[in-house]
Design a protein around this ligand. Structure first.
Ligand SMILES: O=c1ccn([C@@H]2O[C@H](COP(=O)(O)O)[C@@H](O)[C@H]2O)c(=O)[nH]1
Length: 277
């Protein structure tokens, strides 16, 4: 499980801050894979093999696995086993519940002896407050990634409510930085909200930001870097559909690699421009 320093080192070495999102939908993967015992795992295995030198992180979205019941959880466990040790392996579960329930979610995603998986980081919804988040920190070295400002249109419903002169999402970030240091806590900030990164950086200057929304959602990588990058990079940018579904044919893994290379090349330029490498 990479520490903050190891993550920064990996970014510099790979010249990349890409996270490949494993939002693997059995309805969307190439049909020939259906002949495999576990088509979803086989798809993920080939995607991981084709991209691991280009990215610093993988992010399976739990919904795509939970939705298939026991079979889906088996695919998730096999995928977890196949993930490289050096990458930051995030489970995008967006959990948030009170203390004793949270202990169970933490076991489900962090405790290999209990559940068969032990991801490095988990995404969390902060709206039930401190006791819904801090139990995950009992697991040494694991990261929590709190939803700060999300990429979807519905983020306007609550996250932009004005409270004490600031937006609610700002209050979330201000409070959440008191829960742990920048070596344990990150924030999700959508690429579609790039101009708000300046605000987020006021309260979380050193934290890594997990940024979904480039690719299929249309966010701009250049804008995210302009407003969100710090001297350590401080960004992990996720792309899911634009990479993993680049082709629906037998060449799907090569096509995914080609898309990942495009993003990695753009990232290299941004890292050089900011003096990170
Ligand atoms: O604000 C958010 C938080 C999470 N996501 C998740 O990221 C990926 C994005 O997938 P794309 O195919 O690259 O659009 C997906 O798992 C979302 O649930 C987000 O998009 N926005």
């Amino acid at each position: 499980m990479p520490s903050r320093q190891q993550l920064i080192q990996q970014i510099k070495q790979k010249k990349s801050f890409l996270c490949v999102g494993l939002d693997t939908d059995i309805e969307k993967i190439p049909r020939f894979l259906l002949d495999f015992d576990d088509p979803v795992f086989e798809f993920n295995r080939q995607i991981i093999n084709a991209t691991h030198d280009l990215c610093v992180s993988y992010k399976p979205n739990s919904a795509f696995y939970e939705s298939r019941g026991v079979k889906g959880l088996q695919s998730l466990a096999k995928t977890w086993q196949h993930l490289p040790a050096e990458t930051l392996n995030i489970i995008d579960a967006k959990r948030g519940d009170l203390g004793n329930t949270t202990d169970m979610y933490a076991k489900a995603f962090f405790d290999q002896a209990a559940s068969g998986v032990s991801f490095d980081a988990i995404t969390l919804s902060p709206y039930m407050g401190t006791d819904s988040v801090t139990p995950y920190l009992k697991y040494d070295g694991k990261w929590i990634i709190v939803l700060g400002l999300t990429s979807n249109p519905g983020s306007k419903d609550f996250q932009y409510l004005v409270n004490k002169g600031g937006y609610l999402y700002e209050e979330v970030v201000k409070k959440a930085v008191t829960w742990a240091g920048a070596d344990r806590i990150m924030f999700v900030v959508g690429a579609t909200k790039s101009t708000e990164f300046t605000n987020i950086r006021k309260y979380a200057p050193d934290n890594f930001l997990l940024v979904p929304g480039v690719g299929a959602q249309g966010g701009s990588l250049a804008d995210v870097c302009q407003y969100g990058m710090n001297s350590d990079c401080g960004l992990i940018v996720n792309a899911s559909r634009s990479i993993i579904y680049a082709s629906n044919e037998r060449d799907f893994a090569d096509a995914a690699r080609a898309e990942a290379i495009k993003l990695q090349q753009e990232m290299k330029v941004e890292l050089e421009k900011a003096g990170v490498i």
